[in-house]
Design a protein around this ligand. Structure first.
Ligand code: ADP
Length: 349
């Protein structure tokens, strides 16, 4: 009686293991440690290699590997003795290849040495690593520019002071250094905000006069606009609502900086108006504009449409969208390539 129960339990366990084996997302192979013959393979293996199950059992591990027999043999011995974890490349039935991480160890099964290998397709991980590396290069480059410019301005300021230069000149250098510092701060904030935007954004709501807020933010950018040969034109209506003031400033700052950056030195119009139960905020430029394909992509993380000459992380509009959505609002862009873009934000009041 007791024996029968034990068998039942063992049988059920075997069944569970089989289910686990078949359904895990990782590839699982059981291989003869001597010959490399594949003794068993799960469903994930069939999908990954493109061999039907019976065909896979007619293969050896050497058919799936791209290195020399000697190299693979050496790795099998290491796995058999103490277990091993390594990265390599496997090939599919059609000859295409993919990167994998292999976790393999030996065991004795009915007197036969076998290797159990759990194999993970790391294509996505590799792509993310490549993206991260690319981003680090871009980020260092972006941050480097304002840092060098600030250094340059300060050097000029000191030299000017030592030579008894005018106060006016000194002020000019100091102002330019401050502007570069603002740019640097904006870049660092963007990096931090991209992190925040991934999760739930906490809003600090208070009564906000949107017109007054827009006026303040626009004034901050007048100097910058002037240096780019652009003017900022304001159309302010009376709109009040309960919003997060700092986040609104951020939304507007990003849109204005983009309008100036991609605005080809032409005028930029910033408008605020009440629109029923909503506030409507518009930033319009007459610059390079956007192609239809890019109209949605630019709101995604790292979504960029302009050439590398423009610089930037491709995070600004992603953050803007997240901030607008946190307020229950929407953002959309209309554009004509070569003639400018209009970014329109709607916020429930
Ligand atoms: P960044 O400017 O750092 O690349 P953003 O997220 O702010 O990142 O913008 C994403 C992309 O959208 C930009 O790379 C650019 O191609 C496009 N873009 C944003 N604003 C404008 C605009 N006013 N006119 C034309 N293209 C724009």
């Amino acid at each position: 009686m007791t024996r029968c129960t034990t068998l039942d339990v063992a049988g059920r366990f075997a069944e569970h293991y089989r289910t686990l084996f078949e359904h895990v997302r990782d590839i699982v192979l059981m291989i003869d440690a001597e010959s490399g013959q594949i003794l068993d393979a799960n469903q994930a293996a069939v999908l990954a290699y493109g061999h039907p199950h019976d065909e896979l059992l007619a293969c050896t591990i050497f058919d799936l590997r791209t290195e020399s027999i000697d190299q693979v043999g050496e790795q099998m011995r290491t796995a058999d003795v103490g277990g091993t974890l390594f990265e390599t490349v496997h090939q599919r039935r059609d000859g295409s290849r993919f990167p994998v991480e292999v976790n393999s160890r030996g065991d004795t099964l009915d007197g036969q040495r076998v290797l159990f290998s759990i194999i993970r397709d790391i294509t996505t991980r590799r792509e993310l690593e490549a993206l991260r590396d690319e981003f680090l290069v871009l980020a260092s480059h972006e941050l480097r520019t304002p840092v060098s410019n600030i250094g340059l301005r300060l050097q000029q300021l000191v030299r000017n002071g030592e030579r008894g230069g005018t106060l006016e000149r000194a002020l000019g250098d100091a102002r330019l250094a401050l502007e570069e510092l603002r740019r640097l701060t904006h870049l660092v904030d963007t990096l931090l905000d991209a992190q925040v935007a991934r999760g739930q954004i906490e809003l600090q709501r208070s009564d906000v006069d949107l017109g007054a807020l827009v006026r303040t933010v626009v004034e901050r950018h007048r100097g910058h606009a002037e240096r780019l040969g652009s003017t900022l034109v304001l159309q302010i209506g009376e709109v009040a609502g309960s919003w997060d003031r700092v986040r609104l400033e951020q939304i507007l700052t990003n849109l204005i900086m983009n309008a100036l950056k991609y605005g080809s030195g032409k005028p930029v119009r910033v408008a605020v108006a009440a629109d029923g139960a909503q506030a409507r905020l518009e930033v319009q430029d007459q610059g390079i504009g956007l192609e239809g394909d890019d109209l949605e992509r630019i709101f995604e993380k790292f979504g960029r449409a302009a050439s590398m000459n423009y610089g930037g992380f491709g995070l600004g509009l992603y953050i803007v969208r997240k901030l607008v959505e946190a307020h229950g609002g929407t953002i959309e862009v209309t554009s004509e390539p070569g003639h400018g873009s209009t970014f329109a934000v709607r916020l429930p009041r």
